[in-house]
Design a protein around this ligand. Structure first.
Ligand code: HPA
Ligand code: ZN
Length: 326
């Protein structure tokens, strides 16, 4: 469509992307075959049909199961390279990607294998596709803070390759406070901080991520809506929200895209951005997310361009580079 072509031509940064969530069913089967890993599904189509979720946890169960086929450095490289090709086709010029080391170290895979494969693909993507990058290490919030501390220790030899730390996985019952000490240590080591908050969890988790974890962005954050004073604060401080529309409808945060609040938050002056989260599982990459909200919320091209500009405002690019894209 003309709108899709125009959106692909708009320079964009993607700031909320779990690299393990880009593992397409075809690659799951190819890697299962390579490593002789048995799968619970008979075919690529049967696996894709299973991507029909009730909530965050029903997705996470399949997402962690899918990641089990990632075994060596070449696998992490191939997954990341495939994502970067799709991002380039969508007009993404800068990526800040999450990875979940604990999903892999718990299976006996060295964190160096994970970081090495991802980083090699990012360096090639910069050279061959012109996509700049930052890497964000996420702690799994359903695990303990002690396990997060051990993960931070294991990552320290790769310190220069990692821009920041984040917090993902099951939100409810795992508030930001649970990770106050490890985030403070990450801050003292010079890591930037972000956290998933206000996806399924309450608006209070957004406040606590800001006040207790000292984050510079909120991942998702759509439930800020339940606290008008918080919405006003987010607007006044330009605290970015990395919103993922197709994720929110697939995980039933909203029953329908027409109910999504991103258009309202944009008009209220918030630094909201559009991202794909786990595109292999949620049915679309970043332009599909822009198209879905453009259609459901009748956003104008000026509003869509503003969302793309805000993705650079919210990014960790150096100011001189940021200005080239805004
Ligand atoms: N929320 C929480 N954890 C996740 C997500 C998400 O959207 N995607 C991958 N891990
Ligand atoms: Zn996410």
């Amino acid at each position: 469509s003309p709108l899709a072509a125009w959106l692909r031509g708009l320079p964009k940064a993607e700031l909320h992307l779990h690299i393990e969530g880009t593992l397409e069913p075809e690659m799951v089967f190819a890697l299962a075959d390579k490593h002789r890993v048995p799968l619970a599904y008979a075919s690529v189509d049967a696996l894709r049909r299973a991507y029909d979720f009730d909530d965050l946890q029903s997705f996470l169960d399949l997402y962690y199961a899918g990641a089990d086929v990632l075994r060596d450095e070449v696998d992490f490289h191939a997954m990341t390279a495939a994502y970067l090709r799709r991002a380039a086709a969508d007009g993404v010029v800068h990526v800040e990607i999450f990875f979940d080391p604990q999903t892999h170290t718990a299976r006996g895979i060295d964190i160096g294998t994970v970081i090495g494969g991802i980083h090699r693909a990012l360096v090639e993507g910069e050279r061959e596709l012109g996509i700049s990058h930052r890497l964000i290490l996420c702690f799994l919030r359903h695990l303990s803070e002690a396990e997060a501390e051990a993960t931070l220790d294991a990552a320290l030899p790769y310190r220069t390759l990692i821009a920041g730390v984040g917090l993902d996985s099951s939100e409810r019952g795992h508030p930001p406070q649970k990770f106050a000490r490890v985030f403070a240590r990450a801050a003292s080591l010079g890591f930037k901080r972000v956290a998933h908050a206000g996806e399924e969890g309450p608006a209070a988790y957004i406040r606590d991520a800001i006040d207790v974890l000292d984050v510079c962005r909120i991942d998702h954050g759509v439930r800020c809506d339940e606290d008008p004073a918080l919405v006003a604060q987010l607007a006044a401080t330009r605290m970015p929200l990395t919103v993922c529309p197709l994720s929110n409808t697939k995980l039933k945060v909203y029953a329908q895209m027409q109910q999504h609040n991103i258009g309202r938050l944009l008009r209220a002056g918030l630094c909201v951005t559009v991202n794909s989260d786990d595109p292999a599982y949620f049915g679309g990459y970043v332009v599909d997310n822009y198209l879905a909200i453009a259609d459901a919320l009748s956003l104008s091209r000026a509003e869509l361009a503003q969302l793309a500009r805000q993705s650079f405002e919210a990014s960790w690019l150096d100011d001189a580079v940021r200005q080239q894209w805004i």
